[in-house]
Design a protein around this ligand. Structure first.
Ligand code: ADP
Ligand code: MG
Length: 420
């Protein structure tokens, strides 16, 4: 093993160490529910890793120093926040300059890494949505590309000849290092996602058990109260007292509605399965919510498929309830008014409903937590609406997905199998 390999292996340690730190902090983050941390952390740890790599380089003569900093550089941009490329490039060049001054290697760095930052930054827009195998290929491809750029700038622009043996060792270690680092960071992310899902599932189960038992216990006394109140209401002469009793009955009705919501959640299978027209139900939902929308200067636009295939099988009331919860959130996300667009299309073999608002939007973390009981960002929110919607839609064999951009828009897409 050449001395260069030994040096580069020390570098490799500096890439692994921050990754282990990342794993630890993710765990703490989940336990203590710190939301924003995730992406910033990747940027910070990449900078640390790059600095460490640069502090222990290997000199190959002619003022050239080699290290593995391109690995945290690429991975940091791929997994970090939007402007990570810029931060990493600047801090790397600055430290490179402070450490070794403006020699040949510095110019090679400027050319290689500026080019690399632009390319990787472009790829990073699509990267996180790729499948695992594609991600691994992509990061390896990028690192190969970057070593080639270094090779050519060193060789052609600056006319420096290094032994082939050195290049080969450098290529191999860089590629293997990138492969391992990508896999490791993927495993870490998978672990933390899984843990988050587990916590969510656990909470859901507790709520559904509580819902079923408590609702039953509370429903009976409520019915008795309502019965006696109604009796008094009918026999009461004084209009003032009559009004009080009326309000009391109304509030009891509200309470039993809330309990029914809980019960529908505890028992998500549709009770009355029939052929339901999506067109008709969306129409109803819009009618019900238009007054609320008007109050907040929100305009609802619809574009609904009326063809005779727009039928799904399920429970009419539950479909309405699940849509109402989602549309209501959309309206509430635009306190200063705006547009809410509801589309429905028949796209064999599914009927697809799209609900899009121009509201606050959500971060990826918030989207992940949607449907979790008691998750709310509102002062007087219950955090139950989305939970109920999700479980109702699931109970009708539907599928829901959410896409959003913070400060701009949110879009819910719901698909149900067509009824025949
Ligand atoms: P609640 O409305 O009582 O807060 P929900 O379960 O209906 O409870 O919603 C949970 C949270 O999801 C909301 O507090 C809000 O932060 C977020 N949310 C849901 N829909 C949207 C939306 N269309 N735009 C922005 N945020 C939303
Ligand atoms: Mg809500």
């Amino acid at each position: 093993m050449g001395i260069i390999t030994k040096d580069l292996l020390i570098n490799f340690l500096f890439i692994l160490l921050p990754l282990f730190l990342l794993q630890m902090i993710y765990l703490l983050k989940i336990v203590y529910r710190i939301d924003k941390l995730k992406d910033i952390l990747v940027t910070i740890l990449s900078v640390v890793s790059i600095i460490l790599c640069m502090l222990f380089p290997f000199s190959v003569g002619d003022g050239l120093f080699w290290d593995l900093r391109r690995i945290p550089f690429i991975i940091g941009i791929l997994y970090g926040r939007k402007n990570t490329a810029f931060i990493l490039l600047l801090s790397m060049l600055l430290i490179r300059y402070l450490l070794w001054g403006a020699n040949t290697g510095f110019y090679i760095s400027i050319i290689t890494y500026t080019l690399l930052a632009i390319i990787v930054n472009y790829v990073s827009r699509y990267y996180l949505k790729m499948a695992l195998v594609k991600k691994v290929w992509m990061s390896v491809l990028l690192v190969i590309l970057s070593t080639q750029v270094t090779y050519f700038t060193t060789f052609l622009l600056f006319n420096i000849n290094l032994s082939a043996n050195m290049w080969v060792q450098y290529f191999v270690i860089t590629i293997v290092g990138t492969l391992l680092a990508t896999l490791l960071i993927e495993v870490i992310r998978m672990n933390s996602d899984m843990l988050e899902k587990l916590i969510k599932a656990e909470k859901l189960e507790v709520v559904s058990h509580l819902a079923a038992s408590i609702s039953h216990e509370v429903r009976n006394p409520l019915t008795t109260c309502k019965g006696f109140l109604q009796l008094s209401y009918e026999q009461e002469k004084s209009p003032e007292v009559k009004q009080y009793l009326g309000t009391a009955i109304q509030e009891l009705d509200r309470a039993s509605d809330i309990i029914n919501d809980y019960l529908t959640f505890a028992k998500p299978a549709p009770e009355k399965v029939e052929k339901v027209s999506v067109f008709q139900e969306v129409h109803n939902v819009v009618n019900v919510l238009t007054p609320l929308a008007n109050m907040q200067d929100v305009q609802i636009f619809t574009n609904l498929d009326e063809s005779n295939q727009n039928y799904i099988s399920g429970d009419r009331k539950k479909l309405e309830q699940s849509l109402i919860n989602i549309v209501k959130n959309g309206i509430e996300s635009m306190p200063k008014g705006g547009k809410l667009i509801i589309n429905s299309v028949v796209d064999y073999p599914v009927v697809r409903i799209k609900i899009r608002d121009e509201g606050k939007g959500m971060t990826q973390q918030q989207i992940n937590r949607l449907g979790e009981p008691y998750f709310t960002m509102k002062n007087n929110g219950t955090g139950l609406g989305m939970m109920v919607s999700f479980s109702l839609i699931k109970g009708m064999d539907g599928h829901i997905s959410v896409d959003s951009e913070v400060g701009k828009w949110t879009s819910f897409t719901i698909e149900f199998p067509m009824a025949y």
